[in-house]
Design a protein around this ligand. Structure first.
Ligand code: ARG
Length: 566
């Protein structure tokens, strides 16, 4: 719809003598005055060396004289010093509502040429318990995946397990030290041994070295270690899968760093052929600095002097594998902001070596989940809480809200828990930190998951049992509650595109919240079920039906499933 208005204003601007082909229209920032506005008068005035007031008035006059004015506008005004205010006509609004009704995805256009994306998210480390940070990458990643798919693209999700790092050597050391047989390795044992060994390694350099040596031998194929590693993988990955299952997060590939090992030699060869590998104190590194760097970027370490490969090497080899298998147009990484430097090193190395263009690689960093003290969220006893304990905590709070959850099926409660955690997370710009406050997140009033679910279920109840004829929307709009809601429905493509282009789910979350606020005022002020005017009643039901479909689809993009009741 915005592009329609833009086309119209652009052609009128041309008609009055200014040859320009992109007059932009935006949502009004004074909804009390108008629905949309065009702020391009200043730009135009500069370009054509004219007085903005003269120019703006000229365009507005021409707009007021277009032949089919009423089919677009109720009013078009010029406001000094240079704004064009647009108030839409009922006819225009309703025509566009009908377009949405007949569109498969509410006016959001599919890409004409679908692209292939690989999205790397989740990234849990095998044998270490998942914590709240892992929830962010899982939820944000899954949401971005769904948002990109919604436009008709092909998206391949890969969890990229940290399955071959130092923590594995530490756990193997612990198993051997405690004389455990392979059958005794279960999740309880892993939960006990990993923190223990990680603590020991922080204090004891000698043991730390030993663990590093075990890791290296494992990577080189030591059979005993491989056997233990496979068992650790089996136990830990089963646990990780359960957590993702609970969050409704699904990966196409369960590859890990270890799966990149077969491609390391080829990757090394590519770097060598381009003369990018430089020896530095026995190690092989790639210099990635650029002349215009403000801060010096340290070299990427590809191989240590003992021959061991590192995090950056497996990331490069994984890219080689992905390029060969999928020939992707984009590879996206949903990873903690604190890894931005690492990815800059990797991306630059890709560009220099010709592995893949720099522009095709996107680092989508996310912020930290903090406690009320502004520091990374910890339990009262100072530990990083396990993800499972957050689910349990949210569930407990919910069950205590008897008025909301009495008599609810367990399945529905789990869906509400998901909505609480996910909406709280996704309403923040992914790059920002946020403060974890589970009781605030679980309120039914406010910008929360339960509020959105409540609104959805409420209108579903109104719609249930009513016959709605979607093909019979009249040309009327009955009051401002009605009008505001209709216009909001038309704003969906803009909000969606912001989320899509920036890979930022919070645009969808914001939209959803605003839509729900307007929906609540709409049905509170219009008594739909008792409405005697049948045309009006059907109009309302049509509007509510679209609203409910949009809420459900947008919740789905936020990885939130609706419960049957609450
Ligand atoms: N396992 C890593 C970590 O916990 C995250 C992996 C991110 N993805 C990647 N391709 N490096 O820090």
């Amino acid at each position: 719809m915005i592009s329609l208005l833009e086309e119209l204003i652009t052609s009128v601007t041309k008609l009055v003598g200014y040859d320009i082909d992109n007059m932009r229209v935006i949502k009004s920032n004074r909804p009390d005055l108008c629905d949309y506005q065009c702020d391009d008068v200043f730009r135009l005035a500069k370009l054509f060396h004219e007085n903005p007031i003269v120019l703006g008035e000229k365009i507005v006059e021409a707009l007021n004289n277009i032949e089919n004015f009423d089919s677009y506008f109720k009013e078009v005004n010029f406001v000094k010093p240079g704004f064009i205010n647009l108030v839409l006509s009922d006819e225009f609004i309703n025509k566009n509502i009908n377009n949405i009704i007949n569109s498969e995805s509410y006016g959001i256009e599919k890409n004409e040429v679908p692209e292939t994306f690989v999205i790397d998210y989740g990234g849990p480390n095998v044998a270490k318990p998942l914590h709240v940070g892992h929830m962010r990458t899982a939820i944000v990643g899954e949401s971005i995946k769904r948002i990109i798919e919604y436009k008709g693209n092909k998206v391949i999700g890969d969890v990229h397990l940290g399955d071959f790092g130092l923590q594995i050597g530490q756990v193997i050391y612990g198993i051997l030290e405690e004389n455990k047989s392979i059958d005794e390795i279960d999740i309880k044992f892993l939960d006990y041994i990993y923190p223990k060994m990680s603590g020991i390694c922080k204090e004891n350099e000698e043991i730390k070295e030993k663990c590093a040596a075990i890791t290296k031998e494992l990577q080189d194929g030591n059979e005993e270690y491989q056997k233990l590693w496979k068992k650790i993988m089996e136990v830990s990955v089963a646990d990780i899968r359960n957590i993702y299952e609970y969050l409704d997060v699904h990966f196409d590939y369960w590859n890990g760093e270890s799966d990149a090992y077969p491609y390391l030699e080829d990757t090394k060869k590519i770097l060598e052929d381009k003369n990018l590998l430089v020896e530095s104190e026995g190690a092989f590194v790639v210099n990635v600095t650029r002349e215009d760097d403000k801060k010096e970027l340290p070299p990427l370490v590809f191989q240590k002097s003992n021959g061991a490969y590192l995090y950056a090497s497996t990331d490069l080899a994984t890219i080689l594998d992905r390029v060969n298998k999928f020939n992707p147009d984009h590879i996206l990484y949903v990873v903690d902001n604190r890894q931005s430097l690492h990815f800059e090193q990797v991306f630059r190395t890709c560009e220099m070596s010709g592995l893949i263009d720099y522009e095709k690689l996107e680092f989508l960093g996310y912020g930290t989940v903090n406690g009320s003290d502004g520091k990374p969220y910890k339990t009262r006893s100072g530990e990083t809480p396990k993800l499972q304990s957050l689910f349990d905590q949210a569930k407990e709070i919910l069950i205590n809200k008897e008025e909301m959850t009495k008599d609810l099926a367990n399945e529905d409660i789990d869906k509400i828990v998901n909505a609480i955690l996910k909406f709280a997370d996704l309403q923040n710009s992914r790059e920002r930190d946020y403060i974890f406050n589970i009781s605030k997140f679980s309120e039914v009033i406010g910008k929360t998951g339960p509020y959105i679910l409540y609104t959805y279920l409420r209108i579903k109840k109104i719609l249930d049992g009513c016959l709605t004829d979607m093909s019979k929307l009249s040309n009327n709009i009955y009051n401002n509650y009605d009008r505001d809601l209709r216009i909001k429905l038309l704003d969906l493509p803009g909000a969606y595109l912001n989320a899509y282009n920036n890979r930022m789910p919070h645009y969808v979350a914001d939209y959803l919240y605003d839509l729900c606020v307007l929906t609540n005022s709409f049905y509170q002020n219009n008594h739909i079920n008792n409405e005697e005017d049948l045309v009006k009643k059907n109009d309302y039901l049509v509007i509510l039906t679209i609203t409910s479909n949009i809420i459900k689809s947008m919740l789905n993009l936020l990885v939130i499933d609706v419960p049957n009741e609450m």
